[in-house]
Design a protein around this ligand. Sequence first.
Ligand SMILES: *Cc1c(COP(=O)(O)O)cnc(C)c1O
Length: 460
Amino acid sequence: MTTSSKTARLAAWDHAYLWHPFTQMQEWEQDVPLIIEKGKGSYLIDTEGRKYLDGTSSIWVNLHGHRHPQLDRALTAQLRNIAHSTLLGLSNPPAIRLARELIRLAPKGLQRVFYSDNGSTAVEVALKMAVQYWQQQHPTAGPKHSFLHLKLAYHGDTVGAVSVGNIELFHARFKALLFPTLEVDPPYCYRCPLSLTYPSCGMACIDPLETILKTRQRELAGVILEPLVQAAAGMITAPHGYLKRVRDLCTRYHVLLIADEVATGFGRTGKMFACQHEGVTPDLMAISKGLTGGYMPLAATLTTEEIYRAFLGRYEDWKTFFHGHSYTGNPLGCAVALANLEVFRREKTLPQVRKHSRLLARLLRPLVSLTHVGDIRQCGFMVGIELVQDRQTRSPYPLELRIGHRVAQACRAAGLLLRPLGNILVLVPSLSVRPRELTKMVAILHRAIVQATEDRSASS
Ligand SMILES: *Cc1c(COP(=O)(O)O)cnc(C)c1O
């Protein structure tokens, strides 16, 4: 493949100056990187003018396609007013309007919006709010400053978010930095930690969670989880009713429920927020990725009036929430987020996602019969395909075989960009994806799985 001189120059500078996230740079430096210069709808276009289907929604953020005219316009219109001013001691129209819109759309009972700028910080804010809430509102309830979370959870990469996460490969080496937490097994039906089968199990995996809540409630500030789908763990979908049960237990044992909707929020599951599938209102809710339709880094932590009021007092009561970021409530981000929500209404995005996710389920069905496909999990537009070495025993591929990566490379050669999670292939199309684009994505993925898993060195 020949490379233009522009690409060659950029590639050399990339190799000389950049350090990419979650990337082994020694390996990276050996190849000419794919440099994305433009986007249009469901496609990304590189510096050579080649088009690729964006199978990850640019890592789960893009909703209405790239270069959506209304979102583009919202950004340029805001630029004519101001790019940024602070929420520390000042306010701004887009931040105010967006807060009001978010409260309209959020699960009923959430009343306040605290901005930050990425999913990890939205989670950090939720953790700190929970701890401070208990100190100020119920000081005798106990030293309630620990958290219960699920194994395989992912809540971001900052130290607090890592403390409540549990992806061994990412987190193990930072153990010394982390605060102690309590953890329980997740509802991972394909690899049930209790070796039971749903639904005859009666969701027995809830019992250990209840035991911890019952016995440790005086220590626990909150339970944090990703509602419905543990995304970074490989799109592990919880059985219906699990979230509601956790909500009820949190209420019963006086522990706050923190919903991390960073991945599941904004239509990804077919409703605006995943909690709404089970009529659940969390006490705190973290949102980010889709908030701006994939245009700008922006995040928020939503909470109830009950929690908000615990922070009220005279200045010298020191009940202020002492937290904030330089770009909190950034007007450009908030303006494009408002336009994002407007597009949901105008293009009837949610009903369309529900319709197209049924199509996606139909398209995925033939993949179930492939020799090395162990499990296909889908919730709306979040799909995880777990590859296994042996379907009978469900034995996983050794990570060093990098089977997911091999499939992704075969996909890339055929014009589809994916980012696997170990042995789990992940497909997260933009909500605006067209039926024929979905069909093409799944067809490419199907052929790539066959190609990569039937290569004898990978399957033996
Ligand atoms: C991506 C993600 C985060 C972290 O968000 P960043 O913006 O990458 O910091 C937190 N929680 C969940 C569920 C996520 O998927």
